[in-house]
Ligand binder design. Structure first.
Ligand code: C2E
Ligand code: CA
Ligand code: CA
Length: 589
């Protein structure tokens, strides 16, 4: 008896037939079309394989004895790639020995039909394979949703207190300052300092200490309204975003209510604990700053002031000098001249394949040799360059220099490396970005597949629609795209799936202390799982220790970058590294 699929379902399935005997192939195609399947076909193994990779059919029916590449070869090649490995595969052949059947099954075929076969046998085999595949893909998508939900939670909340963390605070802040209707209002941000919390926490020991922090969080949550956000930035740093209030008097009232709440003791394991000395500093969006970092800095400065004064337990931020400091102005000026004066240099940090230990790529990181200061960190001057627009000429210099260097190493006979260049938000959102990159590749003669662009989630989210279009343009050029600092930018995971990127870089804050920090271990594991189901390669950044490495190795991470193998190096030192053929001391376990 043959199982028949409902008509509607059948039409959606695409079946690839690989068969060199013309008559058999034509008959098969006719039969399948009559059953409502969409069909494609090939006459030999090689073209069949290519077609399978390009079209990703729902099922493959394949002959064994064929010119060029036999059916076993086709199946073996398909198994190499996780995308094609899951396509149901049915062998169709005149060979009927038991050993042939065994070989087919060992290779991972799903079924085996011997010629001549009946129509019913064929349809039966197809139907049961498609049913199973449907079931698997449903289960797969449920699993994916679960991993996503878990990761979303881990990335946005403190696991001990369940309070929103820095990332979620940023998301809520962004929503408030970009209202769907009307103008943004002044929004108060409160920084709460609990001077004794850390000390008492240490004295109590970890278990009771955790209970105290939980009790504090709980009480804080209860003092504010539902629309407000109490976020925990570190063990003893809390920030409160008030969504509904913006009058000074009202805000002062909220601050008082919070402080009052701390005048009652906390009960931890039958001990009464008093947390006196709570202080609050307040800054307003619009008046005291426009981005969250600045506002938190200012609110915290006001809180420190409240601590010092000793009279007022809460204080509003007072801007002492509104204008930029002389020093900042000077730095801006010097930055503009630095390019002409050739004060920039690129350093290169190797990315190592975790399976083979080979150096597969290098990230280009810019250094500024300031004439009077020690070298200025990119974390200081890149944001400045972003703000002033200087990042555009600087970024172009970085891109060109890195491509030239990669080409020079290739011509010197080293194994070709993927050279990765960072693109900041401003750069990424420049018009004609792909044209610039195309021109640089032409000029330098670097094959596009050896250029990787590292882009952060936040840069992509500045204008997601155009980001998707730009990424597609870049991918058309054949460039590798990676998403940098993954997990730290505010973006929705489901949205990210729409961006066509190849590599995901786990931010180093999650790699830190992987073996000891259970939260980081959970985040990294979930990211790796998610990335692999989405067929992305994963690079872990900031790998410093053998324990971190062992963890990543055990969880199928693809590449690592970090001090464990090498810090960023000058081009000359990097070349020495390549010459020396340094291999990492893989692996302790
Ligand atoms: P990033 O893209 O996340 O780069 C990785 C940073 O981590 C580098 O800092 C690198 O030196 C550091 N790092 C590498 N291994 C380890 C490790 O094992 N432990 C620790 N703790 N750190 C490690 P660097 O060079 O100071 O660069 C900082 C940031 O500046 C970069 O972060 C990137 O966002 C930006 N940047 C650097 N060069 C460029 C550039 O040419 N263009 C743009 N747009 N941004 C750049
Ligand atoms: Ca990077
Ligand atoms: Ca990074």
């Amino acid at each position: 008896m043959s199982i028949s699929l409902p008509q509607k379902e059948k039409r959606m399935h695409k079946i690839l037939v690989i068969e060199d005997e013309r008559v058999i192939k034509m008959n098969l195609l006719k039969l399948l079309s009559a059953e409502g399947f969409q069909t494609i076909s090939a006459d030999d193994g090689i073209s069949g394989l290519k077609l399978a990779q390009a079209e990703l059919p729902d099922l493959i029916i394949c002959d064994i004895l064929m010119p060029n590449l036999d059916g076993y070869g086709v199946l073996k090649a398909l198994q190499q790639n996780p995308v094609t490995a899951t396509i149901p595969f049915i062998f169709l052949t005149a060979k009927a020995e038991r050993s042939d059947w065994r070989q087919a099954m060992t290779l991972g075929a799903d079924d085996y039909l011997t010629k001549p076969f009946t129509r019913a046998e064929l349809l039966d085999a197809i139907a049961s394979r498609l049913h199973k595949q449907e079931f698997l893909s449903q289960r797969h998508s449920i699993e994916l949703q679960q991993v996503e939900a878990q990761l979303n939670y881990l990335l946005h909340y403190d696991r001990l207190t369940n309070l929103p963390n820095r990332l979620l605070l940023q998301e809520r802040f962004t929503q408030l300052v970009n209202p769907k209707e009307g103008q943004p209002r002044q929004i108060p941000i409160l920084s709460l300092g609990l001077e004794q919390l850390k000390r008492i926490n240490n004295a109590l020991g970890p278990t009771s200490g955790d209970l105290l922090v939980q009790a504090v969080a709980d009480r804080l949550q209860r003092t504010v309204r539902q629309q407000d956000t109490v976020a925990q930035l570190s063990g003893d740093q809390f920030v409160i975003l008030l969504a509904r209030t913006n009058q000074r008097l009202e805000v002062a009232q909220v601050a008082k209510t919070i402080l009052d709440a701390f005048s009652n003791p906390f009960l931890v394991n039958d001990h009464e604990i008093f947390l006196s000395g709570a202080r609050i500093g307040i800054a307003f969006f619009g008046r005291d700053g426009c981005d969250l970092d600045t506002l938190i800095k200012h609110a915290s400065a006001a809180m420190e002031d409240a601590k010092k004064s000793g009279t007022n337990p809460y204080q509003f931020y007072i801007a002492s000098i509104g204008a930029k400091s002389q020093e900042a102005l000077l730095l801006e000026l010097e930055l503009r001249q630095a390019l002409e004066r050739e004060e920039f240099q690129l350093y290169y940090q190797p990315k190592v394949n975790l399976r083979t230990g080979e150096i597969k790529g290098a990230e280009a990181l810019v250094r500024w040799h300031h004439p009077h200061r020690d070298s200025v960190s990119p974390t200081e001057f890149i944001p400045l360059a972003e703000k002033t627009g200087f990042i555009v000429p600087l970024g172009e210099w970085v891109l060109r220099t890195a491509c030239i260097q990669a080409k020079v190493w290739q011509m010197a006979g080293f194994c070709p490396l993927r050279i990765a260049v960072n693109l900041s938000g401003h750069q990424f959102n420049q018009p004609h970005l792909s044209r610039l990159i195309f021109e640089v590749l032409q000029e330098t003669g670097l094959d596009p597949r050896y250029l990787e662009l590292e882009i952060t989630e936040s840069a992509l989210m500045q204008n997601p629609e155009s980001a998707i279009a730009t990424l597609h343009e870049l991918k058309q050029l054949g460039i590798v795209i990676s998403i940098d600092d993954f997990g730290t930018g505010y973006s929705s995971l489901s949205y990210l799936k729409q961006f066509p990127f190849d590599i995901l870089k786990i931010d180093r804050s999650f790699v830190c202390q992987l073996a000891q920090d259970t939260k980081n271990a959970a985040i990294t594991t979930a990211i790796l799982q998610l990335a692999h189901t989405l067929n992305l390669k994963v690079v872990a950044e900031g790998v410093e220790t053998q324990e971190e490495l062992d963890f990543l190795y055990g969880h199928q991470c693809d590449e690592v970058q970090g001090y464990w193998f090498s810090p960023p190096l000058s081009a000359q030192d990097f070349e020495e590294l390549l010459k020396g053929g340094k291999r990492p001391p893989l692996f302790s376990s």
